[in-house]
Design a protein around this ligand. Sequence first.
Ligand code: PEP
Ligand code: MG
Length: 324
Amino acid sequence: ARERLLAQAKKPAITRDGRKVIVRANLELLDEIPLALDFGADGVGLFRTEYLYVTRKTIPNEEELFANYRQVVESLYPNIVTFRTLDLGGDKFAEELDLPEEINPALGLRAIRLCLKNPALFRIQLRAILRACAYGNVRIMFPLVSGIEELREAKKFLQEVFEELRQEGLDIEFPPCGAMIEIPTAVFIADHLAKEVDFFSIGTNDLIQYALAIDRGNEQVAHLYEPLHPGILRMVHYILEAGHRAGIHVAMCGEMAGELLYLPLLVGFGFDELSMNPQSIPAIKDYICALSFEECRSLCEEILQFASAEEVRNHLEAWLEKKG
Ligand code: PEP
Ligand code: MG
């Protein structure tokens, strides 16, 4: 059965009624690439780039980053690699940056905010990513976008670095550019954000944390962390509507994307892409092939009427039971 699952995972995941869902891997290390390919990843939907910054005393230089990114891009060619720009701060620290301690790090200077405040740090990474574009298929996405100015500012940096590299003679196209949707304000201006990017990727780990005010790493409140909260499902639905109305691709790359229980909802909401731990890919692809998009869509319509996570869960479990 495992052999069959792995063989099928190498093929695209298409529902019984013909809707394709791209299934990609979340990666952080070069070592994980063979595993991702073995498990049938259609590319990388989230490459977390913090590793080289948090595991050592000094900040990596452009050449080191470029060598690393190039290897990722080449090993996955012709598949797409989605580089997320630095998401430091919060619970991830780089010793050399020596940032002041914060009382509320999750609400502090992290991710895109930190990069916009440290242009040199940001530019070095953007240069390395853009140089890697010459070796395969690359997308770039910005984490923790809260508003349009921030997104425009990040894109301006990217544009400047792109022109600088072109002047230096680098022959590349401007890569597709995306915003991670991880903050509730970004959800509700998704229609505006969609005009500025080629794709969205929902980071549910953070989105749920910020929407429910539940620290994602705090054991005391872990039981309240609830992806099926109707408020969360409405946000997810809203992002898809806004993204698709604007004609852009919508992905999910938080942990929620790799859970079988949530899959009928994610398919029904109309995700173009789900990105997850490589280990989850074969079972998720297999299940997508067993689902009907139309049935999942009706399920979503029903589910969106409920007032509590408990009702959502009961209905979802009954539906799963009925479908066998
Ligand atoms: C997320 O927040 O869901 C996400 C994918 O990013 P990270 O877990 O790295 O914050
Ligand atoms: Mg996140």
